[in-house]
Design a protein around this ligand. Structure first.
Ligand code: ADP
Length: 463
């Protein structure tokens, strides 16, 4: 595929050591990819993570601050100093923490290091959901009905826009993330109150009061497209995932491919995503998130980083997405064209969280005993081991159980079997909940939308 970027590719720097600015399962995953590429690694930790197992397998291991993430994993100066002290030439941000922070990406590049991700301007454009929507509309990607501009201050103008879109509408923070900073409005009488509440939340949580409005889709599925781009203008999409199984906008189970969507329906959307990447000079891996309702796709946002659920795409595509991401950051041209991307079989991922399955309160403590499943087509991405202490300071994700089989039905059976063999003692986990979910008939038929899991939980008396 010939390069078609307007932007000249940046001069790329070689590196032989990568600092992994993250923790937990993704720190292990990135370390493995680096070592398989013959790269050295620097692991960092907060005081709470001093015993982290990936510290012992890294080439260097540094404590960068106290348990509070704001003073360690989010401490840019500490991370840059750690890179300097260890001679790291690149920083991999993982997901969460500083992974979508344009200022950090810029600071990394200004320090003469490589940021393993897109450049700061792509992060800034896509990180603001309004400018992302504008860029996608310009590239011909279908978006949720609603303006690609911020909500005006004039109350009458806002009322007119909402009426034009038609209720229900959703008010969203331009800088929102993690399922926060959005509010559904069913009727005109509640519009201004919802705007005031969301604006305040946006100001406090995301540091920007900018909001936008769009149609609230009533029964969509969440479908996303994984892309991979180099700095020479080459870009491919690696198939699609369904992440409709969500609680409070947080994904619990993901699968690839999204069931029941014909290639001729999703194909043009995948190509539009690739086109958009080439237009903005995007580099590395990224995910375009869509809502899918009544046969139509609507773009909602782009994630400019590695996703938690990347393994399901690795299983179906046979590609190592983390290695590809690192190679792209090294300036290497993509090793495949779109025709080489052949997705096969079906893959599921269950997020294993240290939380009470009834009230979802995080559970901290020592893992007393641990049995993890193994076998053909079974993969576990985790940092835990028997004796590991789950700390209360961070996200409750302690591992991901991933399976791959020729068909969706076989992959479901394989996941049931893998879950039945998994034992995590000493702390509460959501294992019983995901086990029950894989017995559910509607989920088995692939007929669920983004509200299904919450309704299912309500029926079970948990919420
Ligand atoms: P975040 O960045 O916080 O993850 P997203 O824009 O990706 O926010 O939205 C998260 C989830 O919120 C979606 O997966 C979907 O469940 C719901 N959602 C977002 N926008 C809409 C909409 N216009 N209509 C219906 N549901 C929506």
């Amino acid at each position: 595929m010939p390069g078609s970027l307007d932007k000249a590719p940046p001069p790329y720097k070689r590196f032989d050591t990568v600092l992994i600015a993250n923790r937990g399962e993704i720190a292990v995953r990135i370390q493995r990819a680096c070592h398989e590429l013959g790269l050295k690694t620097v692991a960092v930790c907060s005081e709470a993570d001093r015993e982290a197992p990936y510290g012992r397998t890294a080439d260097s291991f540094l404590c960068i601050g106290p348990s509070n993430a704001a003073k360690s994993y989010l401490n840019r100066d500490a991370l840059l100093l750690a890179a300097r002290l260890t001679g790291a030439g690149a920083i991999h941000p993982g997901y969460g923490f500083l992974s979508e922070n344009a200022d950090f990406a810029k600071a990394v590049e200004e320090a003469g290091l490589v940021f393993i991700g897109p450049d700061a301007s792509s992060i800034a454009t896509m990180g603001d959901k309004i400018s992302a929507k504008r860029a996608m509309m310009a590239a011909g990607v279908p978006c949720v009905p609603g303006p690609d501009t911020a909500l005006p201050d004039d109350p009458a103008a806002v009322e007119r826009i909402a009426l034009e879109i038609g209720y229900p509408v959703i008010i969203k923070a331009a800088g929102g993330g993690g399922g926060r900073g959005m509010r559904v409005v069913q009727e005109a009488a509640r519009l201004h109150e919802a705007i005031a509440l969301t604006r305040e939340e946006a100001r406090q949580a995301f540091g920007s009061p900018s909001l936008y409005i769009e149609k609230f889709l009533q029964h969509p599925r969440h479908i996303e497209i994984q892309v991979l781009c180099d700095i020479h203008g080459n870009a491919v999409w690696l198939g699609h995932r369904d992440c409709s199984m969500q609680r409070r906008h947080q994904k619990v189970v993901e699968e690839a491919p999204a069931p029941g969507i014909a290639p001729e329906v999703i194909g043009p959307v995948g190509l539009a995503c690739v086109q958009a990447c080439r237009q903005v000079g995007y580099r590395g891996v990224g995910t375009f998130e869509f809502l899918y309702e009544d046969g139509a796709f609507y773009f909602i946002e782009m994630n400019t980083r590695l996703q938690v659920e990347h393994p399901v795409t690795e299983m179906t595509s046979g590609l190592d997405i983390v290695q590809s991401q690192i190679k792209a950051a090294q300036g290497n041209p993509l090793e495949m064209s779109q025709a080489d991307v052949q997705c096969e079989g079906h893959s599921f991922e269950c997020r294993i969280n240290a939380e009470d399955p009834d009230n979802f309160l995080p559970s901290a403590g020592v893992i007393s005993d641990l049995v993890l499943p193994e076998g053909d087509g079974v993969r576990v991405d985790t940092h835990i081991h028997a004796g590991y202490k789950v700390s209360p300071y961070y996200d409750s994700l302690i591992g991901k159980l991933i399976v791959h089989a020729p068909t969706r039905a076989e992959a479901m059976t394989k996941m049931r079997e893998a879950l039945s063999r998994t034992r995590i003692g000493g702390i509460a986990t959501n294992l019983s909940l995901v086990r029950a979910l894989f017995e559910d008939e509607a989920f088995g038929r692939g007929e669920t939308d983004i509200h299904y899991l919450e309704q299912w939980l309500k029926q079970r008396g948990a919420q």
